[in-house]
Write a protein that binds this ligand. Structure first.
Ligand code: ACO
Length: 376
């Protein structure tokens, strides 16, 4: 790398943005000026989506209209031909593959396809945010050989998603926990998937293409895929009594422990604290606190030995597991929330666009003479 660059665009500021602020030293996360801790206490995911898209909290009437749009069956419903495509996929297909494919298919059916105006992109963003939970839940049903559950307009995004997974009305604590999880994952400045969305949007491509790029970037275990890997670790550890020896051995073997460390936070990720508390409450409700106890021990050892703090992915999976959600659906659930931030960033990028096109520090030869194939 040339000059002072540390690789991975670390600390490189690529653009201005008015959507999300992170103070990595203080452990603060702010959406459009509002501390996420306050939003978790007082807001709903639907309201946070409005905040991210429109720049401020809605009036009562504006929130009602926005919530109606996000919860209407017309916006939530999947095209029947997309359900046919889901049924044609091998049942072992990873949910993130299904999500990426599904968003591409949704583009083909979207009535505003091809229109990249702000109004059309907002309408498409409403539909995407309303449709993604239906898509994730429909795949869960289809791969189990069961019919998808029709979304119900009487439940908000969190409650309806849990309802569409099981066909049963979820408990109030499950809905609250899921809603808080959605708020906490809704945006995070120029993380890898959001940056991927912005790079795509900056070619003046459409929002469905940008979200497809973002889903691909979110999937990797260094980003959104970490929450699944945390649960795989819990499954390997099996009991709280085995946790300390297991993690000490992993650290001695120089393993990268999923759910710890962050490019921006130098202290604990503020999102982890909420998810730890909610995972504990849900665990107690369903009578199984084993996963949280395992993670607490792992966190104690990793913090003491490596000075690494938990990130958002450490406790989210334990909460979802207590709701009966399979591990490979954790990253798609992350996407159900982050689509709010991705689409806000696409609209911001389109509103003040310049092509994102960095340079490489080329390290290869530059003046080789061509050698014909028979003389190589
Ligand atoms: N476990 C063990 N060691 C770690 C971890 C970890 N989770 N994270 C960082 N380190 C160590 C590295 O080994 C490295 O040590 P070294 O300097 O002795 O080689 C040092 O800390 C710096 O690590 P980098 O990978 O260079 O830091 P970077 O900023 O690139 O990585 C990342 C950030 C990818 C999040 C990293 O901490 C990691 O891999 N964490 C585990 C995966 C994870 O939980 N990802 C989710 C992040 S939150 C999100 O995206 C939603």
């Amino acid at each position: 790398m040339s000059g002072e660059q540390k690789g991975g665009l670390e600390d490189v500021v690529v653009s201005t943005s008015g959507i999300c602020f992170i103070d990595g030293n203080e452990g603060r996360l702010v959406y459009r000026g509002y501390d996420v801790n306050e939003l978790v206490e007082r807001s709903s995911f639907e309201e946070v989506v409005f905040l991210l898209w429109h720049g401020d909290l809605p009036s009562r009437n504006a929130l009602a209209a926005h919530t109606r749009a996000l919860t209407s069956t017309a916006n939530r419903r999947l095209p029947p031909k997309l359900i046919d495509i889901l049924r044609a996929l091998p049942r072992r297909t990873a949910p993130m593959d299904v999500l990426r494919t599904g968003v591409s298919v949704l583009a083909a059916f979207d009535p505003d396809g091809g229109d990249n105006s702000r109004d059309a992109t907002l309408r498409k963003s409403i539909r995407l945010t309303a449709q993604l939970p239906t898509l994730v839940a429909a795949w869960e049903r289809v791969r189990r050989g069961r019919p998808p559950v029709t979304p119900t307009p009487r439940l908000g995004l969190a409650g309806n998603f849990l309802y569409m997974l099981s066909g049963k009305t979820p408990t109030a604590l499950a809905v609250k926990t899921f809603d808080v999880g959605l708020i906490l994952h809704a945006d995070h400045e120029f993380n890898a998937s959001t940056f991927a969305a912005r790079v795509t949007a900056a070619t003046m491509s459409d929002v469905h293409s940008a979200i497809t790029s973002a889903i691909g970037a979110l999937r990797g275990p260094l980003h959104g895929g970490a929450n699944e890997q945390v649960m795989r670790m819990v499954e390997q550890i099996r009991t709280p009594e085995r946790a300390e020896d297991w993690i000490r051995k992993a650290l001695a073997d120089k393993a990268r422990v999923m759910g710890f460390g962050h490019r921006v936070y130098r202290v604990e990720d503020p999102r982890a604290r909420h998810l730890r508390r909610l995972a504990g409450e849900l665990g107690r409700q369903v009578g199984d606190t084993g996963a949280v106890e395992i993670l607490d021990t792992v966190a104690r050892v990793v913090s003491a030995d490596k000075h690494l703090h938990p990130n958002v992915d450490l406790y989210s999976g334990a909460a979802y597991a207590s709701m009966g959600i399979p591990t490979d659906q954790f990253t798609p659930i992350f996407a159900i929330s982050r689509v709010a931030g991705w689409t806000a960033h696409v609209m911001e990028q389109h509103g003040n666009n310049r092509l994102i096109r960095p340079r490489a520090d080329y390290t290869g030869p530059t003046r080789l003479s061509y050698v014909p194939a028979d003389r190589r």
